[in-house]
Design a protein around this ligand. Structure first.
Ligand SMILES: Cc1cc2nc3c(=O)[nH]c(=O)nc-3n(C[C@H](O)[C@H](O)[C@H](O)COP(=O)(O)OP(=O)(O)OC[C@H]3O[C@@H](n4cnc5c(N)ncnc54)[C@H](O)[C@@H]3O)c2cc1C
Length: 496
């Protein structure tokens, strides 16, 4: 395979030259680099940094260094985000299913039900540690250097790392990728103590089940964590100044139905309501609110308050100014389509850059960035990034919402189907949910797919293939889908 490699002008070894190489000769080129200067250094070993480093090795870079201040590999995703939250969601749902008599109704009779929260949490921690160790060993066997400590940019090709043992280490590299992720957005005037007023990290490690959990925010993490603790027995109240829960990339009608399902499970939603402030008073938290429309003020009490009002890019202490790396007004590092920052041998990927803040976008960024950095022209389309909220049922979406199609004046047809019509959902005694499909009335191209169902996060990928590769609704309808499966809902909706 012949590939055109165009090395950027600041790359010291290949300054200004254009090469035509195949992968083997590229590997040979990099393997000549025996000096101490790394080919690539990456700050942050979350999904962006991790997959970027592995791709760099795959392509044939000789010396790749990854740096992280956390003692364990995996960034937010493995340590405080995707993985522990999904464990909590799964375990809490298991408990709920036994408690609510679902298992008993199937003849699986359990007695003496007890929640051992300490064991639940330690099981979650084991899964997190195992996955992190697994990724560490993949990095090591790939020959990637792992440096633990806090990184600061100290020159055009230099990073100074304050290592965990209090020492300083200077890492020199031809190219540097910043993959430092994001941090929780603070709520002005409300102080997190990770005991009664907690962040999304703290809520994953509560020591007891709070009787009343109030959540500020109605986005993905707010809903996921609210739902998990609701299944463990908390009275959960979601308070938000938005009118709808979920994310704006999900169709509004589907979001309303989803809210209704969660309400039926016992979650309470106080929407269109602004939080004015919150203070801990002993073992309770007093929260002041104001109705966005009428201005009516109220005070509510809870045992634990979760602040989940989104995430902001994290660049603290990096010293971006030293090498003139520009950020936008919201603090995201500005990048060109090839992920290059305003300073050519510095690149940035993942949550620290604009775009959807998901692990799958960050890892794709990491790999695509490295390809571009090595001259392999690559890009991926943000439109085709699936969005999933991992509650029970899940909600998943890809493509346009009906609101977007209306706004953009794009003609569309709508088809709906409930999981009541799905044999597999019926065998599982869980027919909650529906699919809303939007497609072009003329070309029959699929324009948007929004699903509520227990496996929505899995079956959305069939719609993703259709969106990405232009497969039409009748073409999906003609495909043979295994029976009984949740995915057969596509056959039901498009096969008629
Ligand atoms: C509760 C929660 C649940 C989530 N669930 C999901 C989910 O189910 N699916 C999904 O797709 N996304 C989920 N996310 C989002 C996902 O975790 C992030 O989008 C993803 O981790 C971003 O990857 P990243 O590589 O950009 O950064 P991160 O994963 O945040 O990694 C950045 C790393 O950089 C390190 N770092 C920062 N500054 C320095 C420095 N100066 N020196 C050294 N190291 C530094 C940090 O220690 C960190 O390890 C969730 C997030 C949260 C908070």
């Amino acid at each position: 395979m012949k590939i055109l490699f165009v090395f950027n002008s600041l790359n010291r070894r290949y300054c200004g030259q254009i090469f035509r190489y195949d992968i083997k000769s590229f590997r040979r080129q990099y393997s000549k680099n025996e000096d101490r200067v790394a080919d690539l250094a990456i700050i942050g070993i979350g999904p962006g940094g991790l997959y970027g480093a592995l791709r760099a090795k795959e392509i044939g870079m000789k010396h790749v260094v990854v740096i992280d201040k956390l003692p364990t590999v995996g960034g937010t995703c493995i340590n405080n985000g995707c993985i522990p939250s999904k464990c909590l969601i799964k375990f809490s749902y298991n408990y709920h299913q036994v408690k609510s008599g679902v298992f008993a109704s199937q003849g699986v009779v359990t007695s003496g039900l007890k929640l051992d929260l300490i064991k639940l949490m330690s099981s979650k921690s084991k899964i997190v540690a195992n996955l992190s160790d697994h990724m560490t060993s993949i990095l090591k066997t790939s020959g990637i250097d792992i440096v633990r400590g806090t990184a600061k940019i100290s020159g055009c090709n230099k990073i100074t790392v304050e290592t965990d043992d209090g020492k300083r280490r200077v890492v020199e590299a031809d190219n540097i990728i910043i993959a430092t992720g994001a941090t929780n957005r603070p709520f002005p005037g409300i102080e997190i103590d990770e005991e009664r007023i907690v962040s999304t990290a703290g809520v994953l490690n509560l020591k007891t089940v709070p009787k009343r959990l109030t959540v500020v925010g109605a986005g993905i993490s707010a809903i996921e964590m609210g739902s998990a603790w609701c299944h463990l027995g908390s009275q959960v109240t979601i308070v938000s100044n938005d009118s709808l829960i979920g994310a704006f990339k999900i169709d509004e009608e589907v979001r309303s139905k989803y809210q209704k399902i969660l309400e039926d499970q016992g979650m309470k939603f106080v929407m269109d309501t602004k939080i004015l402030g919150a203070k801990r008073s002993g073992n309770v938290v007093k929260v002041q609110t104001e109705d966005v429309r009428g201005g009516k003020k109220k005070e509510m009490e809870c045992d634990v308050l979760l602040i989940a009002v989104g995430r902001i890019p994290y660049t603290e202490g990096l010293d971006l100014e030293r090498v003139a790396i520009k950020t936008n007004k919201n603090g995201y590092i500005q990048v060109h389509p090839n992920y290059q920052t305003s300073t050519p041998n510095f690149y940035a990927v993942g949550d620290v850059t604009p775009g959807p803040m998901t692990a799958h976008k960050a890892s794709e960024d990491g790999m695509t960035c490295v390809d571009n950095l090595c001259g392999i022209s690559a890009h991926f389309d943000w439109i085709n990034i699936p969005l999933v909220i991992y509650t029970h049922p899940e909600i998943a979406s890809i493509g346009k919402t009906e609101e977007e199609l209306q706004e953009e004046g794009i003609p569309y047809e709508v088809k709906w189907c409930t999981f009541n019509e799905n044999a597999r959902a019926r065998t599982d005694l869980d027919t909650t949910g529906c699919i809303k499909a939007l497609f072009c009335p003329h070309t029959k191209m699929v324009l948007g797919t929004h699903i509520i169902s227990q496996h929505a996060g899995e079956i959305i990928h069939e719609a993703l293939i259709a969106h990405q590769f232009g497969i039409t609704a009748p073409q999906i309808g003609r495909m043979v889908h295994a029976h009984p499966t949740y995915a057969k809902i596509y056959k039901t909706i498009y096969g008629r």
